[in-house]
Design a protein around this ligand. Structure first.
Ligand code: NAD
Length: 293
């Protein structure tokens, strides 16, 4: 069993760290928040208040942090302390450029590092069923697999450094777009006199079928487990979706890729933020479309 430093024990990190503990690993947790550290202690982690203390004499460091700026600063702290035998896995969703920079910096010090952002949300983190999208060398990926298998169900090697982030933001850009399209279709159907249930029955077996419709239907009724049936309580918040859409737009600019629907989706989720409704589930974009925001 390994000794692992887990940095960032928030909504996602705590479930992931708990699963590593349950699998028999020794987990040393670090978070700037005392509340997060207390939860980690209760979950069976050892907890320290100095990041350098957390990473000394571990086999691997796993990060689950809010953004690229914080990942950069944490990497600067840990890279000066760890030896080249330590594997670094960054599971945070961050910009592609930072992910590539950090892995290049690690490689310069002969440290194996991968970007490994996830999908599956807080439920997937605590159930150990996350999907991991990994970028980095084959060797680093193979070393990480045994840890990722404890925290997730579907593990993909997407290619070189940063490609995990590429997969994540492209997937979530597509998700944002088809969620908005699905809302538009249900709203129009209803206004024209076709019930949500009847439209669902037809479209879910026709060519309009998509994940936003069948797993997460933004119109209340057809999919019982969907947030639309609990007043759009998150789930995956509109704020998280906006974060990912912004990352996608920033990345698109760097390579002059045309993403008109991604750009429009970003603007619509930004309207939810301006209306202070971004703590709703991202399927709550239905409220913007049907005028009830
Ligand atoms: P969160 O805000 O709940 O947790 C982040 C944690 O990092 C917090 O506990 C915070 O105190 C800690 N932190 C901040 N700065 C730190 C530092 N310098 N050193 C140590 N700890 C620090 O966020 P979350 O929901 O757990 O998300 C984490 C990452 O996972 C984000 O990149 C997010 O985009 C991604 N993600 C989240 C979800 C989701 O559904 N919540 C789904 C997929 C991906």
């Amino acid at each position: 069993m390994s000794q692992i430093a887990f940095i960032g024990l928030g909504n996602m990190g705590i479930g992931m760290a708990t699963n590593l503990v349950k699998a028999g690993h020794k987990v040393i947790g670090f978070d700037v928040s005392a509340k997060a550290r207390d939860s980690a202690l209760a979950a069976g982690c050892e907890v320290v208040t100095d990041i350098k203390e957390a990473v000394k004499s571990v086999d691997a460091v796993i990060m689950m942090l809010p953004n690229g700026k914080i990942v950069r600063s944490v990497c600067a702290d840990i890279m000066s302390v760890i030896s080249s035998e330590v594997l670094v896995i960054d599971c945070s969703t961050i910009d592609v450029a930072t992910a590539r920079d950090m892995i290049a910096t690690a490689s310069f010090k002969n440290i194996d590092m991968i970007d490994a952002p996830v999908s599956g949300g807080v439920g997937g983190a605590s159930a150990g069923t996350l999907t991991f999208m990994c970028g980095g060398s084959e060797e680093a990926y193979l070393r990480a697999e045994s840890y990722l298998n404890v925290m997730g169900k579907n593990i993909f090697h997407a290619g070189d450094a940063g490609n995990g982030q590429v997969a994540k933001i492209c997937n979530n850009m597509l998700l944002g777009i088809h969620m908005i399209g699905t809302c538009e279709a249900f709203n129009l159907a209803e206004k024209l006199g076709l019930s949500a249930q009847k439209f669902y029955d037809i479209s879910s077996t026709a060519s309009g079928q998509n994940w936003s419709m069948t797993s997460y239907c933004p119109a209340p009724g057809p999919v019982e487990s969907a947030p639309s049936n609990r007043n759009y309580e998150a789930g995956f918040t509109a704020a998280m979706m906006l974060k990912d859409l912004r990352l996608a737009q920033d990345a698109a600019t760097t390579v002059s890729a045309s993403t008109p629907l991604g750009s429009k989706s970003e603007a619509m989720y930004a309207s939810m933020e301006s209306a202070n409704k971004d703590s709703l589930d991202f399927s709550g974009i239905m409220k913007l479309i049907n005028g009830s925001l």
